[in-house]
Write a protein that binds this ligand. Structure first.
Ligand code: HEM
Length: 375
């Protein structure tokens, strides 16, 4: 049936500490992500035992919705993520990377210099946050992501989250008012506009969406960057291969995504009785689709335990699959390619990891501090 640690193996089994049915293997994980009518994203509606602090309307935006409501909202917010809108951000991402690495000399605080600021600046550029509000935006992001990423009830974080969210709401209300009075030709104008059929986002939906971007777009990108440094430091051959052919950087990033996915698994909730790999599962159960395991399924990936920077095809599930497929894939891929190219250039010697501190994530690794050392 399954292996002992609950994180690897085949099929499905109930794992007590997660209070969840943990699903392994590519085809089963894919099925859970694809069949949204059996496996709902709406924890508050379907879970028999929702995690208490998730009872928070701000966390129940797009990600936690099922079709048809999800479809409607997703269509409206997708307008902010066209290839054109993302391309327009590239100069500012490149500039951020250049400035953050300007005085790097043989050593780099990977998270402090890039992992943290890069995704926040990219999202704030996407949303047109003015330079003088960037420090506030950083502060709100920190409070919001640290709350959303925590799995324990923590009154301190909870209070910081509420304060940050109140300030964020106030800020965006002002921004919307300004854009309504005088459109700026940016993504906020696009998000505020109505579709030809008259459908539009309410201010609340739009603010929830902006908050979701901070939550979904931040830790993930930071972790991908950290994991890329870890993989390349541990595989000097791969590092040499990328230096010889920087055109391989995007493939190498895909392989990091497969090998060490920033989101190790994602939860769904059974809307009725079902079965997975021959196991009967009741209504209202938490089902964890283990992307981590799907990505190492030997039926799909040759030598799955090997990090191969030129692996193609590479149909990993690290951005999810189905209706909730990540909206930020292009943005994340561009951010990573720009950062990795700059790192290859700024740190031409062999890479090693000088200091590393890890926290406790329920699934996967959670690096809090990492120093890249290179002569
Ligand atoms: C959804 C991963 C970066 C915005 C998702 C999902 C995954 C994921 C696995 C699906 C979750 C599920 O099905 O339950 C990642 C990874 C990233 C990344 C690994 C970076 C390496 C970003 C960025 C943004 C973003 C940069 C935006 C700025 C979103 C949004 C959703 C989403 C809005 C919800 C889509 C929906 O529910 O329809 N992401 N993400 N992500 N992601 Fe990402």
């Amino acid at each position: 049936e399954t292996a002992g640690d609950g994180l690897s193996g085949d099929g499905v089994r109930f794992v007590e500490p997660f209070d969840a049915w943990v699903v392994h293997g590519y085809s089963e994980v894919n099925r859970v992500l694809t069949d949204h009518s059996t496996f709902s994203s709406d924890e508050l509606r379907y879970s028999a035992r929702p995690i208490p602090h998730r009872d928070n309307p701000i966390l129940s935006s797009l990600s936690a919705m099922d079709p048809p409501r999800h479809h409607l909202l997703r269509r409206l917010v997708s307008r902010a993520f066209t290839p054109r809108a993302i391309r327009a951000l590239l100069p500012s991402i490149t500039d951020t990377v250049r400035r953050q690495l300007a005085d790097a000399d043989g050593e780099l605080d990977v998270i402090g210099r890039l992992g943290y600021p890069l995704p926040v600046r990219a999202i704030s550029a996407l949303l047109g946050v003015e330079a003088d509000r960037q420090p506030d935006f950083m502060r709100w992001t920190e409070a919001i992501t640290s709350f959303a990423g925590s799995f324990a009830e923590d009154p301190g974080r909870q209070a910081a989250f509420r304060t940050a969210h109140t300030e964020l709401v106030e800020y965006f209300r002002e921004v919307f008012a300004k854009h309504r009075a005088r459109p700026q030709g940016d993504v906020i104008d696009i998000l505020l506009a109505a579709e030809p059929d008259g459908s539009r986002l309410s201010d609340e939906e739009l603010i929830d969406f902006c908050t979701l971007l901070l939550i979904n777009g931040h830790e993930t990108t930071k972790t991908l960057l950290v994991n890329t440094v870890l993989c390349l430091a541990a595989h000097p051959d791969a590092l040499a291969q990328l230096r010889a052919d920087p055109g391989l950087v995007p493939d190498a990033v895909e392989e990091v995504l497969r090998f060490l996915p920033p989101v190790g698994g994602t939860d769904r909730f059974t809307t009725g009785p079902t079965s997975i790999a021959g196991h009967a599962i009741e209504t209202g159960q938490r089902v964890m689709a283990m992307v981590l395991s799907a990505n190492r399924d030997p039926r799909v990936f040759a030598e799955p335990e090997k990090f191969r920077p030129d692996r193609t095809p590479n149909e990993h599930l690290s951005f999810g699959h189905g209706v909730h497929f990540c909206l930020g894939t292009h943005l994340a891929r561009h951010e990573l390619a720009i950062a990795v190219n700059a790192l290859l250039y700024r740190f031409p010697g062999p890479w090693s990891v000088g200091r590393i501190a890890t926290g406790h994530a329920p699934v996967g690794i959670d690096v809090l501090d990492l120093v890249l050392v290179s002569p």
